[in-house]
Design a protein around this ligand. Structure first.
Ligand code: KIV
Length: 307
C-alpha cells in the first residue's frame, strides 16, 4: 500500500487497498494530474502523509489516547485524526505513579485491542521505557512487534539526538516513528518533577536540537510536551514535519490530550493544560451509586428485565 494511499481498515482488519494494480495506478495518476486538488473526504484514512499535508494546509491535527476497544471505536467515530496508545496507560489505566513500569507485552495487548476498533485514524503505539534504548536492533525488534502483533501503524519514542541512529534504523525498516520532546515522562526519575521543561535558554536549545534530530533521522511528527508556548512555536516553525502539542500552547500543528483526563475521569489531576470536556467521574459515580441503591432496594432487575 503506498503511503497516503486511499485505504481503509476493512472487516477482519486487513487494510483494503482501493487502488490495486499497476494499470489502475497509472490511470489514477493521470486523472490526478488533470484534476484540481479535491478537499479530503472526511472518511479518508489518516496516514503519515496526510498529517504532512495537514501541516502544509495549516489544518490542525487532533489526537487523543486510547487503551481499550470501546474508547478507541468512539474516538474513531468522532473523527479524531491520531489515536495514540500511550504508555500513559501505566498511570491512567493501571494506576502506577509513572509510565516507567509499562512492559512490552502489556503495550502489545493495548495496541491490539485499540487497532481492532479503528478504521480511519492513524494508530501510533508508544514504545515503553527501555524498549528502544539498549540497542537499535532490539528497538527495531520491539517496534516490529508493535506493528505485527499490535497492528500499529507507527511507533513513538522519547529522546533526542542520542537515539537518532535508533530512529533511523526503525524508519529505514519501513516503520514510521513519532518523536517526543520537551517533558519526557519516561525520564521522571531523572527530572524529579513534572514541571514545565525548557524554561531556560540552555534547556530550550537542547529541546530544539532534539526536535531537529528527530526530523533529520526521518521521524514523521514530534510530540512537544509541557514547554513554554513560544518554544513550541519556534519548533513548529522550524520543522517541516508536524508538531503535536500537549501543554505546549496554541501554535503547534496539532494537539493531544490523555483521554481520561479530558473526560474528567481523574478527580486528582487538574493541570492548566487539560481542558475537561466532560465530568465523567461525576456521571460514573452517580450511575454506580444509583445501581447500588437499586440492587439493595430490589428495584433492579425487574420482571421486564428478566427472561
Ligand atoms: O503516553 C502518552 O499518553 C503520551 C501523551 C501524553 C503524548 O505520550
Amino acid at each position: 500500500m503506498p503511503p497516503g494511499g486511499s485505504t481503509v481498515r476493512g472487516k477482519g482488519h486487513q487494510p483494503r487497498d482501493v487502488t490495486p494494480g499497476a494499470e489502475r495506478g497509472r490511470v489514477v495518476r493521470l486523472f490526478a494530474m488533470t484534476r484540481p486538488a479535491q478537499p479530503p473526504k472526511p472518511d479518508r484514512k489518516v496516514t503519515t502523509l496526510r498529517l504532512q499535508e495537514m501541516k502544509v494546509a495549516k489544518e490542525k491535527i487532533s489526537a487523543l489516547t486510547a487503551y481499550d476497544f470501546l474508547t478507541a471505536r468512539l474516538l474513531d467515530q468522532s473523527g479524531i485524526d491520531v489515536i495514540l496508545v500511550g504508555d500513559s496507560a501505566s498511570m491512567v489505566f493501571a494506576g502506577n505513579d509513572t509510565t516507567v513500569p509499562m512492559k512490552m507485552d502489556e503495550m502489545v495487548y493495548h495496541v491490539r485491542v485499540v487497532t481492532r476498533a479503528v478504521k480511519r485514524a492513524l494508530v501510533v503505539a508508544d514504545m515503553p521505557f527501555m524498549s528502544y534504548r539498549k540497542s537499535p536492533d532490539e528497538a527495531l525488534g520491539n517496534a516490529a512487534r508493535l506493528m505485527q502483533d499490535g497492528m500499529a501503524e507507527a511507533v513513538k519514542v522519547e529522546g533526542g539526538r542520542s537515539i537518532a541512529p535508533t530512529v533511523e534504523r526503525i524508519v529505514d525498516a519501513g516503520i514510521p516513528v513519532m518523536g517526543h520532546v520537551g517533558l519526557q515522562p519516561q525520564s521522571i526519575h531523572t527530572y524529579g518533577t513534572y514541571k514545565t521543561r525548557g524554561m531556560d535558554e540552555l534547556e530550550a536549545e537542547k529541546i530544539i536540537d532534539s526536535a531537529r534530530a528527530f526530523e533529520a533521522a526521518g521521524a514523521f511528527a514530534v510530540v512537544v510536551e509541557k514547554v513554554p508556548m513560544d518554544l513550541a512555536r519556534r519548533i513548529t516553525e522550524m520543522l517541516k514535519i508536524p508538531t503535536i502539542g500537549i501543554g505546549a500552547g496554541l501554535n503547534c500543528d496539532g494537539q493531544i490530550l490523555v483521554t481520561p483526563d479530558m473526560l474528567g475521569m481523574n478527580t486528582q489531576f487538574h493541570p492548566r493544560f487539560v481542558r475537561k470536556y466532560a465530568k465523567l467521574s461525576e456521571e460514573m459515580v452517580k450511575a454506580f451509586s444509583h445501581y447500588h441503591q437499586d440492587v439493595k432496594g430490589r428495584k433492579f432487575p425487574t420482571e421486564a428485565e428478566s427472561y
